[in-house]
Design a protein around this ligand. Structure first.
Ligand code: NAI
Length: 775
């Protein structure tokens, strides 16, 4: 122990250990945990140890969940679900409120247990994780209270599976459990194998809050248990974790009809301009990359600093790094704690050791023995370097420089991820100019790692899909109430596939604003009851690629104003209306049913989307800090859609209208049985001032075109309303770049009923932009 004189000489920090007697007593009471099923702990089965990574000590034994355990938990959740849903939003609000209160009451116990199981500094568990958990339950008590009146016509998904990671064990539980319960679902949650303890404590406490048995079940175990849960009889899967496991879950759930949200990895840029308040930006970086030892999906792990200030900034940063304190996570004056597990430590070491580029600076602070990794900075990298692309998930910051704002955007977007970004500049014009250009679900202006229950969080691209938090997060736990019927595949009349003569009246494809002959040179006769109606081109993989390229080239459409897009939609409606008799006749020829109502409905649908084009508003979230979280509805990008067979014109127009009203560009595969309405329709598009490439139409076999469309890496979302059973294929193919999917799973949709909001939500990504505001 240093003497008082030595302390005065060095002015070093003393230790400030947090007591852990209560946690030890709680652990001693349990020692070996079973699962929490149907409101009680089961007898422990085959167990494994969960350890304190800072000391290596075993904290407790937990049970490795089997598929029987999972089935028992799901059965309990299933049994409890209807009653919980029927109890009503107000009754559920009371329980969520009680949960929030109990989290606050036991905050110290939770925080210490979290720190011991995960290795994060007690300062973070105490001041960030646990308060945010309580905030989440309070906020969702409010959503439960309001949803019956504010969200009519929606119902819970049913039983939800939640699979969560180890970096924010209780907070990730809250992010999934609070909205699921608020919406009237019941839950089976699998915590990460390294960090199951706070979930088990929470389960115990949930009983005290009056949560009915079965509403929340916890099954512990590893990835195999997680896979068993994903495969079990649940209605929705909510996952947070690595991109590779997210991809597996996308494939495993393909075609099952299970709703899915994925919150995956990231390599988020942290952009510092030369006019930024550099000292604040350095402090921000401490939070961006050394908060939770960098084991944060949205960590600002990629520093982009403007060339003119790079040396000065790096020097300041190194000085600050050297002053960080790393050590016992239970010490209240520690900045950086332990890495969650030796396996993760080995991953970090492996990645850094494999790197040959740039210059490395390791923080000068004393490094304790054991599962610790020092704060590290690697400067002078370029975008192609492995560490600029790979998620390290540790306290390692990589850095590069840029010259102009345009270059900053280019480097920022040079990643397969799209979770978050921080922009540091004193020029608000510059920050707000960049915010829409950066491909990410969350943007922080002069800040980093801000989270709140009211603000949506989630990513794009290989960072997954779906938002957590806010009304948009709740929506992911609800579905439209209308019951749907199974859809019978529409029979495609047997028709001769023939080589197209050079000069014929075969309807061509519509790509990049031009009529294009199909690449393969084949066409097919369209008939109804044996009567020849015409010919359409048979598109192939190459045509899909051309159409996607054209749709990309037209992405400027997303930057036009809603007012402009509305005008064009009105114009399309007007031109369609002028030709309504002819379109009605075409529908009658192809289907045998009068087309008059369908054409009228299609015109009306275009008016509806024209109306929405400048009214599908974002929101300003009142977050409890000096700032606003502005939720902006952005286009998804390029949407590929297989249109319904049963309503050849109205179906096409409904899908297209929603997509282009929100600024997307589209590749449409029209009704296979009745494609002539679509090929007539592009004549309407040609005369309506729609820029080339915004809508592309590829006729042909839905079965054949679905695969290249859903697998295309430059398509951002794929929708299918085809009557062919394509959902499994599409969702499997979509796993490649983890694009969003919206497929009908063979269920019919009533195309005469406008459900515009559902379409608009599918046609947009919510980007949450945090800006400083007020005092
Ligand atoms: P992981 O993705 O393997 O684990 C997350 C959760 O998924 C755990 O509960 C795990 O048991 C479960 N799981 C694993 N395989 C599964 C499967 N086939 N089906 C269903 N559930 C499954 O992440 P892990 O191994 O803990 O960490 C590896 C890397 O993942 C990290 O180095 C980091 O790069 C990344 N990661 C990203 C997170 C994020 O928040 N984006 C969180 C945790 C890890």
């Amino acid at each position: 122990k240093p003497t008082i004189r030595e302390i005065f000489d060095s002015m070093d920090y003393g230790t400030a250990p947090e007591g852990n007697a209560e946690v030890k007593a709680w652990l001693a009471k349990h020692q070996r945990f079973g699962h929490w099923i149907d409101g009680a702990f089961t007898a422990p089965g085959k167990t494994f140890a969960t350890r304190n990574p800072a000391t290596g000590d075993i904290l407790a034994e937990v049970t490795q969940g089997t598929s029987e355990d999972v089935a028992a938990a799901v059965a309990s959740a299933r049994k409890a679900q209807t009653k919980w849903a029927k109890s009503g939003g107000a009754a559920r609000a009371r329980v969520l409120y009680a949960l929030a209160r109990l989290v606050q009451k036991h905050a110290r116990l939770f925080a210490v247990l979290e720190t011991m199981d995960n290795g994060k500094p007690i300062r973070e568990a105490r001041d960030i994780d646990i308060p945010l958990v309580a905030r989440h339950f309070y906020y969702h008590a409010g959503l439960a209270q309001l949803m019956d009146t504010e969200l009519p016509g929606l119902e819970p998904q049913g039983v939800c599976a939640a699979v969560i990671p180890w970096n924010f064990p209780l907070l990730m539980l809250a992010w999934k459990v609070a909205p699921a319960l608020a919406a009237g679902n019941t839950v089976v949650l699998k915590p990460a194998e390294y960090t199951p303890l706070t979930a088990l404590l929470f389960a115990e406490i949930s009983k005290e809050a009056g949560l009915p048995k079965g509403a929340l079940n916890i099954v512990t175990g590893d990835g195999e248990t997680g896979a068993a849960l994903v495969a079990s009889d649940v209605d929705k899967v909510a996952f947070t974790g690595s991109t590779s496991v997210g991809r597996k879950i996308r494939q495993a759930t393909a075609g099952t009809g299970k709703a899915l949200t994925l919150e995956l990895g990231g390599k988020s840029p942290y952009i510092v301009f030369d006019d930024a308040d550099l000292d604040s930006a350095v402090e921000g970086l401490v939070d961006a990359i050394w908060f939770n030892g960098g084991q944060v999906c949205c960590a600002g792990s990629r520093l982009l600093v403007q060339e003119g200030v790079a040396d000065r900034f790096h020097a300041k940063l190194k000085r600050r790094m050297d002053a960080l304190r790393i050590g016992d996570p239970l010490d209240k004056s520690i900045d950086v704690g332990a890495i969650v597990d030796p396996v993760q430590l080995a991953t970090i070491k492996g990645l850094v050791e494999a790197n040959r580029a740039g210059e490395i600076h390791v923080a000068a602070c004393a490094l304790p023995e054991g599962c610790f990794y020092p704060p590290t900075l690697i400067t002078g990298l370029s975008t192609a370097d492995m560490l600029m692309q790979e998620e390290i998930f540790g306290p390692v910051l990589v850095s590069t420089t840029f010259r102009t704002p345009a270059e900053a955007v280019e480097i920022a977007n040079n990643t397969r991820y799209g979770l978050a970004a921080s922009i540091w500049t004193e020029n608000i014009n510059l920050a707000l100019d960049l915010a829409p250009k950066i491909k990410a679900g969350v943007i922080w202006v002069n800040a980093t790692n801000l989270f709140d229950a009211a603000a949506g969080f989630g990513g794009l691209r290989e960072s997954g899909f779906g938002r957590e938090g806010g009304w948009e997060g709740l929506r992911a736990y609800l579905k439209p109430g209308a019951k749907t019927k199974a859809l019978a595949p529409v029979a495609i009349p047997e028709a001769l596939v023939e080589e197209a003569p050079a000069m014929d009246r075969t309807a061509k494809l519509f790509i990049g604003g031009k009529q294009a002959r199909p690449d393969g040179g084949y066409s097919r006769a369209v008939t109804f009851k044996g009567k020849l109606l015409g010919h359409v081109g048979l598109g192939n993989r190459k045509d899909i690629r051309n159409a996607v390229e054209a749709a990309h080239a037209a992405k400027g459409w997303g930057r036009t104003t809603g007012h402009n897009r509305a005008q064009i939609l009105y114009y399309i409606a007007e031109n369609l209306s002028a030709r309504s008799t002819e379109f009605a006749q075409r529908i009658k020829d192809q289907t045998g049913k009068s087309g008059t109502d369908e054409v009228a409905a299609a015109v009306d649908r275009l008016f509806t989307y024209a109306a929405w084009a400048d009214k599908y508003e974002g929101a300003v979230k009142p977050v409890p800090m000096r700032g606003l979280a502005v939720a902006v509805n952005e286009p998804v990008g390029v949407i590929g859609a297989l249109c319904p067979d049963e309503a050849p014109l109205l179906g096409l127009v409904s899908v297209m209208g929603a997509g282009i009203a929100m600024g997307n560009t589209m590749v449409l595969v029209p009704s296979e049985a009745a494609p002539l309405s679509a090929t007539d329709f592009y004549q309407v598009l040609e005369t309506s001032d729609l820029p080339a490439g915004v809508v592309n139409i590829v006729t042909g076999s839905a079965q054949e075109l679905a695969k290249p469309l859903a697998g295309h890496l430059d398509v951002d979302a794929v929708w299918s309303f085809s009557s062919q059973p394509l959902s499994t294929l599409i969702e499997k193919e979509a796993a490649g770049n983890l694009k969003r999917t919206w497929v009908n799973h063979g269920r019919a949709r009533d195309w005469t009923r406008a459900d515009a909001r559902e379409f608009l939500a599918q046609a947009t990504e919510v980007k949450t932009i945090w800006v400083p505001y007020g005092e």
